[in-house]
Design a protein around this ligand. Structure first.
Ligand code: SF4
Ligand code: SF4
Length: 490
C-alpha cells in the first residue's frame, strides 16, 4: 500500500460517514414535479428557451446563454412533462433565481438525448462542445463550466489531470458511492480529459478512509483502490494505443479540507498553486470531481449497467447522486435524484426526518454547506448532500473575545493568519486584509472549528472577501476617473 500523502495544517472533524458509507445510491421515486434553476454555473447568465405550457422531453434543453460567450452552460429538463411556471424561487445558495417548474404529465414522455460520440476519436473542439452542450459543471463546488476548465490558455502547460475523490466533508459519502458503482466510468472520464488536453498523467486521489469500504447490506469488504486499478487496466486493454497515458490511484491522509483543489494538488503532486487570481492550471493541473467525470463520460455515451451494453446516446446532466444524512434524519442514505427534485415533494418516510429534533437543514456538508430555511429548495447540479442536523450537531455558542491562542493559524490549511485577517476586517482595513491573504482563503472553516472563543471567522471572511472585491473595484474606478480628469485637463 502506498504511503498516503497530505498537506500542512488542516484538522480532523467528526466525519460521521458511518451512517451512509457502503450504502449503494438508490434512484428516488420519480418526482411529480421538478424546479430547475436556469443558472447553475459560474459565469454568464442564461435565459429560458421554453415557455409556460410547453411540453418538454427528458433531456431537452430548457435554458441557455442569454448572450454568446465561453462561460455559458445550458440546463435541461430532468423529467418529461409540461412547463407550469417560470418564476423566481429560493435556491440552495439562499438566493432567489429564475426556475423552470415542470410537472410530470402522462401525455408527455420520451427522452431527447444526444447521439453517441466517441471521445477517443473526435477532435478537441467537438469534445469540448459536447461537454458544454451536456451542461456539465464542477459538481463538487461552485459550478465552474467543465468545458472552460478543460481549455486553458495555450501558455499554461498542463501536466496532470486529477480526479478529486477525496470527499473530505463530514457526513457525505456520495463520491464514495459513485466511485464504487461507476468505477469504469470514473476512469473513462479521466482518460477522456487526458485525451482532450493531451496530458499524459492522470491521478485519481482519494482519502485513505475510502481505500477499503464495507458494503452496508452484505458486509463484504470492497477495496476501491484495487477496483480502480483494475478499471484502468481494463480500459487500457479496450483502448489499446488510443489509451492516452498513465493513470495512477493515490491515497491522501484523511484530513479536512483535503478535497480543496489547491490542497489536493499539493498532496498529490507536491506543486503549489500561486495566490489568486492564479488557478490550478498555473500549477499545471486540472482537477475535476468524480461526479463531474461521470457526467462528462456519460455526455458521450452511457454504459447501461443493467443491460451490460452501451445505450447509444450521450446524456446531458439531468440527475446526480447525493447523500441525505444528519442526526435528525431517520433513514440516512445515498440517493440519485433528477436535478430540480424538491426533497419536500418526496414521501416523508423516505428520509424519516424527526422534526422534533431538527435544528438546521444544510445543503452540503457541515463545514462548507449552506443552511436553508425549509425543504422547498431544489437539488442542483452542485448539491452533494442535504443534512438534517440536531442541535448537538450545530454550532450555536455565543462568540467570545479572541484570546490570541494562535490555534486558527496552526489549523489554517492555506497557511494564512486568520486572527490577523479578522482584525484587519474589523478595522475595515481592506488593504491590510488583502496584503495578508484574505483572497487566498478557501472558506474551509478549519479556523472557526477549533477557535476556543467561537469566533465565526469563516463567516466574516466570506463577507470580507465580498467587501474587499467591491473596495478594489471602487479603488480602480476612482483611479481611472482621476486619470481621465488629468488627461482632460491636458
Ligand atoms: S483561534 Fe480564535 S481565539 Fe485563538 S487566536 Fe484565533 S481567533 Fe483568537
Ligand atoms: S482562513 Fe480561510 S483557508 Fe484558512 S482555515 Fe480559515 S477558512 Fe480555511
Amino acid at each position: 500500500m502506498v504511503k498516503p500523502c497530505s498537506f500542512k495544517g488542516g484538522i480532523h472533524i467528526p466525519y460521521n460517514k458511518d451512517r451512509t458509507t457502503g450504502k449503494t445510491a438508490e434512484l428516488v421515486p420519480t418526482p411529480k414535479q421538478v424546479v430547475i434553476p436556469i443558472n447553475q454555473h459560474l459565469g454568464a447568465p442564461n435565459k429560458a428557451i421554453v415557455a409556460v405550457g410547453d411540453a418538454v422531453k427528458r433531456g431537452q434543453k430548457i435554458a441557455d446563454a442569454a448572450a454568446p460567450g465561453p462561460m455559458t452552460v445550458p440546463v435541461h429538463a430532468s423529467i418529461a412533462g409540461i412547463v407550469k411556471k417560470i418564476e423566481a424561487r429560493l435556491q440552495s445558495n439562499n438566493t432567489e433565481g429564475l426556475c423552470v417548474v415542470i410537472e410530470a404529465d402522462d401525455a408527455v414522455s420520451g427522452d431527447e438525448f444526444m447521439p453517441p460520440l466517441d471521445p477517443f476519436a473526435c477532435n478537441k473542439e467537438e469534445a469540448l462542445e459536447r461537454i458544454r452542450e451536456a451542461g456539465v459543471v464542477g459538481m463538487g463546488g461552485a459550478g465552474f463550466p467543465a468545458h472552460v476548465k478543460l481549455n486553458p490558455p495555450p501558455a499554461k502547460k498542463i501536466d496532470f489531470i486529477i480526479a478529486d475523490g477525496a470527499e473530505c466533508e463530514g457526513y457525505l459519502t456520495t463520491d464514495e458511492a459513485a466511485i464504487r458503482a461507476k468505477t469504469d466510468v470514473v476512469v473513462r472520464g479521466v482518460a477522456i480529459l487526458m485525451r482532450i488536453t493531451g496530458v499524459k498523467n492522470g491521478i485519481i486521489g482519494m482519502e485513505d478512509n475510502k481505500a477499503v469500504i464495507t458494503d452496508a447490506s452484505s458486509g463484504a469488504s470492497i477495496n476501491l483502490v484495487e477496483k480502480l486499478e483494475k478499471a484502468v487496466s481494463n480500459l487500457k486493454n479496450e483502448l489499446k494505443n488510443k489509451f492516452p497515458g498513465e493513470i495512477e490511484v493515490k491515497l491522501c491522509q484523511t484530513r479536512y479540507p483535503q478535497g480543496g483543489e489547491k490542497l489536493l494538488i499539493k498532496a498529490l503532486t507536491g506543486r503549489e498553486v500561486p495566490p489568486p487570481p492564479a488557478l490550478p492550471a498555473d500549477a499545471g493541473c486540472i482537477v475535476q470531481n468524480v461526479a463531474s467525470l461521470i457526467a462528462i463520460s456519460e455526455a458521450f455515451n452511457v454504459w447501461d449497467i443493467d443491460k451490460n451494453e452501451w445505450s447509444n446516446h450521450g446524456r446531458p446532466l439531468i440527475k446526480r447522486g447525493l447523500t441525505v444524512s444528519g442526526g435528525a434524519c431517520g433513514a440516512p442514505r445515498n440517493i440519485v435524484a433528477p436535478i430540480g427534485t424538491v426533497l419536500a415533494d418526496l414521501p416523508a418516510e423516505y428520509f424519516g426526518v424527526d422534526y422534533g429534533k431538527l435544528e438546521k437543514i444544510v445543503f452540503g456538508g457541515p463545514m462548507m454547506g449552506v443552511a436553508v430555511p425549509h425543504l422547498n429548495i431544489p437539488i442542483q447540479k452542485n448539491t452533494s448532500g442535504v443534512n438534517f442536523f440536531t442541535a448537538a450537531e450545530t454550532y450555536a455558542d455565543a462568540e467570545g473575545y479572541c484570546i490570541r491562542c494562535g490555534r486558527c493559524i496552526k489549523d489554517c490549511s492555506m497557511r494564512l493568519y486568520p486572527v490577523l485577517m479578522n482584525n484587519a476586517l474589523e478595522a475595515a482595513d481592506f488593504d491590510e486584509a488583502e496584503r495578508i491573504g484574505l483572497m487566498d482563503c478557501i472558506e474551509c472553516g478549519s479556523c472557526t472549528f477549533n477557535c476556543p472563543a467561537r469566533i465565526r471567522l469563516v463567516q466574516r471572511f466570506r463577507v470580507g472577501k465580498f467587501k474587499l472585491r467591491n473596495y478594489v473595484a471602487a479603488k480602480a474606478a476612482a483611479a481611472k476617473a482621476k486619470e481621465e480628469a488629468a488627461k482632460a485637463k491636458g
